[in-house]
Design a protein around this ligand. Sequence first.
Ligand code: OGA
Ligand code: NI
Length: 335
Amino acid sequence: MQNLLSGASHETLPDSFIFPAEQRPPASAAAVALPVIDLSGPRDEVRRAVLEAGKELGFFQVVNHGVPEQVVRDMEACCEEFFRLPAEDKAAFYSEDTSKPNRLFTSTTYGTGGERYWRDCLRLACGFPVAADARDAWPDKPDGLREAAERFVASTRRLNLELLRLLCEGVGLRADYFEGDLSAGDVVVNVNHYPPCPDPARTLGLPPHCDRNLITLLLQGSVAGLQVSYRGDWIRVQPVPGAFVVNFGHQLEIATNGLLKSIEHRAVASAAVPRTSVATFIMPTDDCLVAPAAELAGGGDKPPPRYRAVTFRDFMKVYKTVGARRESVEKAFKI
Ligand code: OGA
Ligand code: NI
């Protein structure tokens, strides 16, 4: 296995991680804060807040979201513990084969052949409800990780679907519009681990990218590191205790005909402390044909369709070759 970043001590940043100056994290002072939406408020207010933040920024945070605190704490604890395990306990899970649903990998370049990113990642996938064989394919160490991940997936999937219902009501789709194949693909959980970095100003933890799925929930813990693109600058997302960050993937942008956009974001490393974030991605099924909803595109006073219809499988083939930057994905799918 390639040496993981976690568990090793790093006195200097290896050259392979050093980015050209224009791609480094500028300490942008953008003072825009992501809206924090209290989901326990009156439904019409919540619906309005979610829609407004979704249209303006494509990113927001939610609190009082119904994912039990214990579920969050157990997941965080198990994930942090996983990265503290001795290398020999993790080696069996390590793979650079991107077609594997469950795997551990590190410092990937995302096929660019360029600089490496300062991140270890544990990827877990399952259908829903989580089947026994999917769960048994997850790491058996540390104790409790499988149970914690299963409960976490159930709660975050539920929250994702609730957010989708609110968004549907906001944009004028029937509330269950996303409840079939559009959200019935694998649930993928990426546990991103960014160990302390000797020179965070010269590298990145994750490249600027848009998520390829329908909708994403990110538990970013208490260490800042996520940055969101906004009007040519980067907003630093201040962690809010107990909150989930919500953002939209390309499939939601296509389905809403561009009303809700998939926004570029990236992660920076920290010099002092490790950071672990947990992203839950809701995906369409591979065969699902994703197209602008008829309610939002074409005919009468509606805008013309802005994206061509594409199966999620074909979308992924293109996404993997053009890369995750917003511009290249747009070029491939915009009409
Ligand atoms: C992701 C992601 C950001 C972070 O996993 O897709 O954008 O802060 N993560 O780890
Ligand atoms: Ni992302």
